[in-house]
Design a protein around this ligand. Structure first.
Ligand code: NAD
Length: 260
């Protein structure tokens, strides 16, 4: 069965990985509800590009820290598109700081955006997918959902939580043709990581170039940053019939990082 004509909600898709997945989905004929922060003109340009692939693309500005707005994102998608087949939980933020100095508001924001928002979207999506008899939930976790790095306490805790949520969701929906899996990327050079380069350089007292080569690509054995197109391809595979028995697991796209 082709995924063309399906409807996907992708949180945090105005930038980086989420945008790459939205573009990959649109090229595959999937209608997309995009979401995220950003300048109105930039969002309009993204919608124009996505609609140019001959699918229906729409934007909803739900703030992933607000459960009522998240519920509205999900119900609006169902109303506007008449379906909600695929959910990609991707929105995320990062903060690099030693744990004993970690700002409490940053901890709360990371927990809300990187973990709790996926609970709220999933809770709303499951009844819709159950009545349709088909669904795919894809959580963008991280290599940091499997292993830790110093100075990223909230992010690592939230991403480990996402893997736990993935497994539980998979078991609860297993007999209803709904799969739930996590994709665990290594480093992808998106705005989120560009900012981390600067912050990690300060936290570790090294240059930005050293952060890229000695910290980020040191962990990535292929010595290559992951490209957003690779993650879009992985997400599309998880939506395919070949992946119907792949559920409750995580796919690492990390250049060998977590193999070592
Ligand atoms: P990014 O900063 O380019 O994109 C993040 C997206 O989330 C943006 O669209 C942003 O507007 C949105 N967002 C942030 N706060 C939001 C809020 N309160 N409400 C709604 N949307 C919000 O970052 P990215 O690198 O593309 O990250 C996307 C996901 O991939 C995140 O979950 C991140 O943890 C994960 N990830 C990234 C990397 C990497 O190396 N870039 C590696 C592993 C996992």
């Amino acid at each position: 069965m082709s995924v063309a004509g399906k409807v996907a909600v992708i949180t945090g898709s105005t930038s980086g990985i989420g945008l790459g997945i939205a573009q990959g989905f649109a090229r595959a004929g999937i209608n997309v509800m995009i979401n995220g922060l950003g300048d109105t003109k930039v969002i309009e340009a993204i919608l124009e590009e996505l609609n140019g692939y001959g699918i229906k693309a729409q934007y909803h500005g739900a703030d992933m820290t607000q459960s009522a707005q998240i519920r509205d994102l999900m119900s609006t998608t169902l109303e506007s598109f008449g379906a909600l087949d695929i959910l990609v939980n991707n929105a995320g933020i990062q903060k690099v700081s030693p744990i004993d100095e970690f700002p409490e508001d940053s901890w709360d924001a990371i927990m809300a955006i990187n973990l709790s928002s996926s609970f709220h979207t999933t809770k709303a999506a499951i009844p819709i997918m159950r009545s349709a008899g088909w669904g795919r939930i894809i959580n963008i976790a991280s290599a940091h959902g499997l292993v830790a790095s110093p100075f990223k306490s909230a992010y690592v805790a939230a991403k480990h939580g996402v893997i736990g949520l993935t497994k539980t969701t998979a078991l609860e929906c297993a007999e209803q043709n709904i799969t739930c899996n996590a994709i665990c990327p290594g480093y992808v050079m998106t705005p989120l990581v560009e900012k981390q380069v600067t912050d990690t350089a300060i936290a570790r007292g090294i240059s930005e170039e050293q952060v890229k080569t000695d910290v980020m690509l040191k962990a990535q054995w292929t010595k290559k940053f992951v490209e957003v197109e690779e993650l879009a391809g992985t997400a599309l595979f998880l939506c395919s019939d070949s992946a119907q028995n792949i559920t409750g697991t995580n796919i690492s796209v990390d250049g060998g990082w977590t193999a070592a």
